[in-house]
Design a protein around this ligand. Sequence first.
Ligand code: G3P
Ligand code: CA
Length: 232
Amino acid sequence: MVIEVIGHRGAAGLEPENTLRSIRRAIEIGVDRVEIDVRVTKDGRLVVIHDETVDRTTNGHGYVRDMTFEEIRKLDAGKGEKVPTLEEALNLTRGKVILQIELKVAEATEPTIELIEENGAEREVVITSFIHSLLKKVRYLNPAIRTGALFFDVQEDIFERTISACAEAIHIYYRNITPKLVENAHKRGLKVVAWNPDEVGDMKRIISLGVDAIGSNRPDILINLLREMGMR
Ligand code: G3P
Ligand code: CA
């Protein structure tokens, strides 16, 4: 069984999250996919940043949606890195690894699809979101793009929700994954992706559950473990 390794926000346990430096590090480590978060600036640019404000991850203050791209670009996102554009992230990952793009806001949906289409990168990305209606929209706009529905808990109707969002995968917080969930998802043809164990003990448990992919802030630890187990 092959378990895909996803570098969360690049390799966020090793480098400033959601920066090109972090993405590059994840690629060097040997991940299969890099996960990033996308938001939109006041002037409509797609930027790679997790929170709705720049406060936690940069030396600036304020809401991403209230700042122009030029204002955001002046900030230090850690180790002298800038907040990247989605296009820069895609340019870095193309031909090397899959880019897993999490839509944090509805306004990011159409411009993200347009960028993917302009680059002919449909098979080189996966789009995820906690806002499941956006995944349905992605499927409608371009059925060639793979999608994954994000969940924290195992809700009673988790499969129905995933299927009605037209998603192929359930991406769920690793502590909430059970053997039954994986079994029932697979019976329905849905993949299960675990986010984001960072410690060996947790990784071992998740591997034993037979998930399809695992995200981590420490993809280096995960890859070493899979190698030791003869699974990579
Ligand atoms: O890949 C899932 C994970 O990224 C979702 O949570 O808060 O890190 O975006 P968050
Ligand atoms: Ca994310």
